[in-house]
Design a protein around this ligand. Sequence first.
Ligand SMILES: C[S@@+](CC[C@H](N)C(=O)[O-])C[C@H]1O[C@@H](n2cnc3c(N)ncnc32)[C@H](O)[C@@H]1O
Length: 449
Amino acid sequence: MSGRKDDDAVAIQNEASRRGVGKIDASIASAPCDADSVPELIKDISQAQGQANLTNGREARLQLLGKARALVQALETPREVMLKHVGAETCSFFSVCLGIDIGHFKAMAQNDCSPKKVPEIASAVGFDTDGLQIQLTPYQGRILRHLEAMGHIAQTGPDEYAPNNFSKSLTIPIVADGYPFYRDVCIAPMLHLHKWYKTKSYATPTTGHDNPFTFGNTTALSMFEYMAASPTYMEQFNHHMGGYRLGRPAWFHRSVYPALPDLLNNVPDIEDPVVLVDIGGNRGHDLENFLASNSWPPNYSRRSTDAKFILQDQQAVLDDAPSSLDMRITKMPHDFFTPQPVHGARAYYLHHILHDWPDEWCEVIVNQIKGAMKPGYSRLLINEHVIPPKNANWEVTYLDLYMMTLFGSRERTEHEWRALLEEKCGLKIINIYNPGNGVEALIECEVSV
Ligand SMILES: C[S@@+](CC[C@H](N)C(=O)[O-])C[C@H]1O[C@@H](n2cnc3c(N)ncnc32)[C@H](O)[C@@H]1O
């Protein structure tokens, strides 16, 4: 056995040197990635235990999660990581997608999520004629078996499963719809990224119309045009935007934008003041949450009824907004590449808009808003990630790569934001409030008087 092992190691080394790779001992691939840091990480984790309010204490939970993730990464071997990347995680992603398509998770949630045998789950999703059940039950059993191995459902007995909180959440459309959306719209561009790069001599994509998205999906349409042509994709995307922001501190939270009271208290006592225009606000979730947070009215009773909150987006998106939207919100179709029709609002809000567009297009969007801002009074609030110089969070780094692939755009560093907003658009950045931990910052700007 040991002779065979040595032969394998030699073959690996030979291949490595043939490819010009330095002498890295092949044995590291089957040893823990970072055994030395394991004792310290275990100590940190046991100290954190009991201190953390894991349900409500976001910061404490994230800190503990960071340590726990570091511990897993330290204990895993490179071989295990490699197999997870190339096999287990892709099977997991596509199994979840299939489960959503055929209704596995909804079937498992029936009867108060009680444990169910595989044939019962199969029959609940409609594969209940003899022939189909005989053919499909073992197949579904194999999918469920992998989902359990990856921790996505619980096994309660041989051939018997129950959903855990993750799989229960897959019955909620704003959580589930991101899966088919990424599978059908976003994965092909990533899959073909290397080929696109090769055809472009490895230049960074910088446009919405000739980029890995158009290449991977063999279309001439930009991502937003592509979605607009498909009600299914549009609905899935809109739901995903709602799911994305679940449980994250919103822009109006004290931990993100501590200067909000100043902004609101300085709305003058005039007829129908426009407090906030949410540009590209999708189905209205950000405005809705803001109004539900009771941040408004600050101190003046009259304004609670008179003040205006405007939701702008493309007509098709506004049509998909819930009918239960807060009465104080006015829906207004608006193309943000055209002049902003609402003049002199206290604040114009852009959440996850500029990261969809390369700088030249951002300049057009910002200049259209600038034309409507009242100098010395109106603020532009940009709620976007500001990538830190070190240790960027995965929630930012993955999004940056998808922005590049889907839109030819980017998440931005502080330097890049200043270059865009101050140097190119001529705005004054009053402050950048950056809560860190993968949460979008609030960049507060004004036009100079
Ligand atoms: C990434 S989403 C952000 C949505 C929302 N602000 C949020 O953070 O949840 C981008 C939004 O921009 C909208 N959009 C795209 N092109 C637009 C245009 N030309 N004019 C207005 N809205 C547009 C899309 O419909 C979508 O709702």
